[in-house]
Write a protein that binds this ligand. Sequence first.
Ligand SMILES: [Zn+2]
Length: 315
Amino acid sequence: MLHHNERELYQMRSPKILTFYRDEICVKLGVSLTSRSPEKPKLMMKYLAENGFTPYLDIQNFEPFTKEDFYLAHTKSYVDRFFLKGDDSNGLSWSKEFAETVRYTNSSLYHAIRASIDYPQSVTFSPTSGFHHAHPNSGGGFCTFSGQVIASLKIYRELGLSGAYLDLDGHFGNSIEDSRSFHTDVSKAIPVGCNFNPIGRDESYLKDLKRCLVQIGKLYREKKIHYLVFCHGADSHEWDDLGGGCNTETWFKCSELVYLFALQTGIPLSLSLFGGYRRDDYNSVLSLHAGDLSICLKILCGVNVGYTPIVKSRQ
Ligand SMILES: [Zn+2]
């Protein structure tokens, strides 16, 4: 724990993470055998409650998106088609219930980011995923709409502020790059070069992440970006079904580096979950995310949850 004067020197945050969650954010039954993403927010919140995180999460209410919000980053024909009768371009089975949930997941992300700017003394959290592979005219890779693009466009138009995404999912987040030609404001909301996706395995991955953090720090100091969204996808872990290049130690080292960076710079910080697909032990996915949050709480919020992650070897 840091001493009082160190708390002032570094940009310590409030001891509670502002968490944008409502039960309507999730479907009740599985919609895809491959991805549990549509159920992930509920599974995550249940897991966090069972593991002692409740006192540190300040649950916030929020309104769902309307169709007009989705038009910001998508063609009207795709949005209307999706809500009317579905579209299998996201790789998920469609239902009216599932279509309703995406109004909430996308809105949760926007509200978390907006709150990180309005209340920079708090870390904010959207326990969601399913955004970063969508295209302006279709879904893709378990993602329906480009939640990041919509959120940042709204914030740019409301406040004139720009942001960066640190996407530590195992897969490149194409939705931001694919949206740049859809509207010129996208590159004002998320400047070119501000969609950070480190690459490599273990040591080289950490090296690339450090390079990204140096760049983000520079952009923040120069006021070219005003907030950071950290998406620590669990499918960058080596034992995930869609496995990436990080062993358990590396994966949590990434968390530590990002939260120390936020502590030192004071950059407004919001969190989102992104991928994680282990069918042999989904609790390992939730455990990685919970471990990440416990590191955030320890480094940035000065509280010790006493949580020990359990990431099981692949069966
Ligand atoms: Zn992924």
